[in-house]
Write a protein that binds this ligand. Structure first.
Ligand SMILES: [Ca+2]
Ligand SMILES: [Ca+2]
Length: 178
């Protein structure tokens, strides 16, 4: 079969364009999957830490960081004020020591922008409550988590954000009430 000698045939060009189209679609789809996996991972981490925090209370009758028993858990070097809230910087820091010593739960780094998970307390519209938080989260990801697990409102419900949702990549802190 003869073929033109002046370059690619229209069919060859069409095939190349279709292949390029598939590749672009695959890359875009891959990025979306990766994005969703990260959002899911952050939410999963926060739920895991919230679960550990509440398990600690169920077992020992005190919150990690807030506990004031000098002999517990083994290796304890800090005592909180035992008021039911993680409400001092030292309690925030030492909640992880208590969780690690008592339950073997260690703090990981967020898979998004190296954000930090933490415990603390803040007003949630119905009084001050303890929360697990994550820093360095793009605004749009914070909104995705709030939409999936709460009401999608940055200043309402059990999941709240340090800034109003605007769909941007601006980094925010997300708070999940426990
Ligand atoms: Ca306290
Ligand atoms: Ca919310």
């Amino acid at each position: 079969m003869s073929r033109p000698d002046n370059g690619f045939s229209l069919i060859e060009v069409a095939i190349v364009l279709v292949v390029i189209g598939f590749l672009i679609a695959a890359v875009t789809k891959g990025q979306a999957i990766l994005y969703n996996a990260r959002v899911h991972r952050v939410a999963s981490d926060m739920k895991e830490y919230a679960h550990a925090f509440l398990l600690y209370y169920d077992r020992y009758g005190m919150y990690p960081g807030d506990e004031n028993d000098p002999s517990f858990p083994a290796g304890d070097t800090f005592n909180g004020n035992h008021n039911g809230l993680i409400d001092t910087a030292d309690e925030q820091a030492n909640a992880w020591q208590d969780l690690s010593n008592a339950l073997g739960v260690v703090r990981r780094t967020s898979p998004v922008r190296g954000g930090t998970y933490g415990f603390g307390s803040r007003g949630f519209g119905f009084g001050t409550r303890n929360h697990v938080s994550v820093t360095q989260l793009p605004n749009v990801m914070a909104q995705a988590i709030d939409l999936k697990f709460d009401d999608g409102l940055y200043d309402r419900g059990n999941i709240q954000c340090s800034a109003s949702y605007d769909g941007s990549d601006t980094l925010v802190t997300l708070y999940w009430r426990m």
